[in-house]
Write a new protein. Sequence first.
Length: 171
Amino acid sequence: MAEARDNPADLWPAPPPAKSTPEPRRWVWSAMSPPERRARLRELRVWVDWLRYTAELHNELAPCWYRHRWVKELLTALYLGWLRTYEGDKSPGRELAEAEWINTVHAFKPYLKLSACIGGHEEPPPPPPPAPGADEEFEMYLATSPDTTDPARHPAEAEVMRMTAELDPPL
């Protein structure tokens, strides 16, 4: 019978597991269970509060941002991009990732502003009902339009063929 002293490695405690960076997450609000949705929204709120203060978005981002689906989607994209940028991908070619993320924040600013909610939250108007016959008209378009029925052809097909002919001239 072998004893612990037969293998000196058995005397040492096991090394801690290697620290690995968690995989970047994808958030699809409608695919989350209600408890997960609430937990993620709390997580997002903490980050949005930080972003409002850090990026001085007080005038661009209404306090009721979480009640507006599209703004919530934009902020989710910014948050997950921030996680990937500052905690995730360190591969070559990503040297300006932080600057790119900051540029994205500035590009999103006009879409974060909710003019209707300046004086307090306003519910967005409900979507209009579909026009009578809209489904049939759409299906007719799919069946008859050249956009959906023409054979596949790449717009640069002729150019690719010309370039290929130049590279491989006939003998």
